[in-house]
Design a protein around this ligand. Structure first.
Ligand code: SF4
Ligand code: SF4
Length: 226
């Protein structure tokens, strides 16, 4: 699949998820941005969509904010969701990752997302039944967590050949036009070990109690023939 086809599939995946999220009873509202932290992670395919929008809409100043965020402590995952699924398949323990107290996302301005239409899946799926400000954390239904994992697995699979990592690290990587142009080739330069190679999907992480309920969502994803 070429890059444009992958970006088109990503759009469709976002649409399917946004439709699903539209059926949920959640407290998330415009200008509610406690969840917009520097800890967001994504794939290079999602990052390419954001980087293209920043460049084409003359929001290049955002790269200054992203560079500043590079000096901040942030969550930098060691494994992708499909790597974790493979561990489960093999019966291995899931390693604990360090919990970083997060600063603000560099793409947030006046409590609004500057790339809202292109925001990555990690932001689309961060929904809460109760206002986080009232409860000091998000409250998410177990079934929604299962659905979220499935979508993350599929997005990583579609971006096979690309990388996953922290939003700041991915966007700085994609600020380089050569990396943007070479997104699907082995010519991409991984600037350091902070980005992780994406893995193909081998097994979906669906607990037995969610297998029936999740089928309509799976059917919609399967129709994409990713
Ligand atoms: S997840 Fe929490 S902080 Fe984020 S929009 Fe929803 S209620 Fe607000
Ligand atoms: S990309 Fe947008 S929605 Fe996601 S954390 Fe940053 S400001 Fe919030």
């Amino acid at each position: 699949m070429d890059l444009n086809s992958k970006l088109a599939v990503l759009d469709k995946i976002y649409r399917i998820y946004d439709n699903f999220a539209g059926t949920l009873n959640i407290a998330c509202r415009r200008y509610c941005s406690l969840c917009c932290t520097v800890n967001v992670t994504m794939t290079t395919l999602e990052g390419r969509k954001i980087a293209d929008s920043i460049i084409s809409e003359e929001k290049r100043y955002l790269f200054e904010k992203i560079r500043y965020a590079e000096s901040q402590q942030r969550f930098q995952p060691l494994e992708t969701i499909n790597m974790l699924a493979e561990r489960c398949l093999e019966g291995d323990d899931i390693p604990e990752e360090e919990n970083i107290f997060p600063g603000e996302c560099p793409l947030l301005f006046n409590n609004e997302c500057t790339v809202y239409n292109e925001r990555p899946f990690g932001c689309r799926c961060f929904v809460s039944r109760q206002n986080c400000a009232d409860n000091e954390s998000a409250s998410v239904d177990d079934f929604v967590l299962t659905v979220n994992n499935i979508f993350m697995q599929v997005i990583e699979h579609v971006d096979a050949g690309g990388f996953s990592g922290n939003l700041t690290d991915i966007l700085l990587f994609l600020e380089n036009s050569e990396n943007r142009d070479n997104l699907l080739s082995l010519k991409m330069i991984n600037p350091s070990s902070i980005l992780i190679r994406n893995h193909n999907l081998k097994i979906l992480m669906i607990p037995p109690e969610h297998r029936n309920e999740i089928q309509p969502v799976l059917d919609s994803l399967n129709r994409l023939k990713y």
